[in-house]
Design a protein around this ligand. Structure first.
Ligand code: TTP
Ligand code: MG
Length: 354
């Protein structure tokens, strides 16, 4: 393999953090979010998933499926601290590191791999260190392509390592929905045109693909043919953080939308990892694809979740056209100014002596 890329994703991350500090939860169905039937589920542990509970499910539905589950409120500070510990360990292995969410990262391990007899052995070594230092388990995909490693890390969840030597063979029988970026809507387009498995793309005519699936389809065909060489996109800070949700069915009820909006605020706040923002924006796309975005700029930067929720809700209820049904909503934080803890401490230090 010319480049060796690992994708690491922690197992049922928020629940695993909760179980770490409260071992009595182990073996029981645990759900973070969706308490009292309100809000949406952030994640569920594997015991709760057996009942059909999953991320983004309305709490009321989760309660119906798993009435005896233990429902916990989100503790974002704890998840963020645990995430920092994990990322600190992973960063040691390579300079070419890309954290993509609170619980997942890509690592270019081309050099590090030389120390091991096999890629599996290297994976075991990293997993062991993560577990010994954090008591949390992860799953790992290793291949020569960023996308394939991402797909592979999900292959043997929880706590599995999947090394992909032959990209084409590995992807051939996987459902098309395993490709990151193919969601509910595009899935329907692929299905309608006879593509159910990734391998179904291999023999399709290029013009057919362009016509029906666009340029993205050509990229996925290359992937299916074992020709994907996607690299790590090393990130130097973010300009903004945004999250959006497209509903499988358009929604009318502002109260239902409020729940989704607050869940998006939680997610974008988790992504923020303590950075300060000055601008909070919301996006609403109606059934007819007309969209509006509205933003609010604070006088001074903030890094609290409450402020995001307050401003997002204000913007939302001030601007929503309640006559129209909604297909997508989004929340964005911009005008970022990094973490300020150090500066604040320094300021406190000076204040003490002046
Ligand atoms: P994921 O890695 O998607 O899920 P997970 O770690 O809970 O489970 P898995 O073992 O399948 O990887 O997301 C990481 C965390 O992000 C998750 O623990 C909670 C949070 N999250 C939300 O808050 N809302 C969501 O819709 C999703 C998908 C995740
Ligand atoms: Mg995860």
């Amino acid at each position: 393999m010319e480049q060796i890329i690992a994708h690491i994703d922690m197992d049922c991350f928020f629940c695993a953090c909760e179980e770490k500090y409260n071992p009595k939860l182990k073996g029981k169905p645990v759900i973070v979010g969706g308490r009292d039937g309100r809000g949406v589920v952030a994640t569920a542990n594997y015991e709760a998933r057996k009942y059909g509970v999953h991320s983004a499910m309305p709490g009321s539905k989760a309660k119906m499926l798993c009435p005896n589950g233990i429902y916990l409120p989100s503790n974002h500070t704890m998840y963020r601290d645990e995430s920092c510990e994990v990322m600190k360990i992973l960063k040691k292995y390579t300079h070419n590191f890309e954290q993509v969410s609170i619980d997942e990262a890509y690592l270019d391990l081309t050099k590090f791999a030389r120390r091991f007899n096999s890629l599996k052995e290297m994976g075991e070594y990293i997993k062991k260190e993560v577990f010994e230092k954090t008591k949390l388990t992860c799953s790992m995909g290793i291949s020569s392509s960023r996308i394939v490693s991402k797909i592979a890390s999900d292959y043997k969840k929880p706590s599995g390592i999947t090394v992909v030597e032959n990209q084409k063979l590995f992807l051939r029988n996987l459902p098309i929905t395993k490709i990151p970026g193919i969601g509910k809507k595009s899935k329907e387009v692929y299905f309608k045109n006879g593509v159910h498995k990734i391998g179904d793309l291999v023999n399709k005519n290029k013009f057919f693909i362009l016509d029906h699936f666009g340029k993205q389809g050509i990229k996925y065909q290359k992937l299916a043919m074992g020709m994907d060489k996607s690299k790590i996109q090393k990130r130097v800070g973010h300009k903004s953080y945004s999250r959006e949700t497209t509903f499988s069915q358009n929604k009318y009820k502002p109260l239902e939308l409020k729940t989704d909006l607050l869940a998006l605020c939680d997610r974008v706040y988790t992504d923020l990892k303590g950075e300060y923002y000055k601008t909070v924006s919301i996006k609403i796309r109606y059934y007819d694809f007309t969209s509006i975005t509205r933003d609010y700029s604070l006088k001074t930067p903030d890094n609290s979740l409450n402020k995001i929720k307050e401003k997002a809700l204000e913007l939302f209820f001030k601007n929503i056209d309640s006559e129209k049904s909604v297909r997508l909503i989004g929340v964005k934080l911009a005008n970022l100014s990094g973490r300020k803890e150090k500066q604040t401490k320094l300021k406190q230090f000076f204040l003490k002596f002046t």
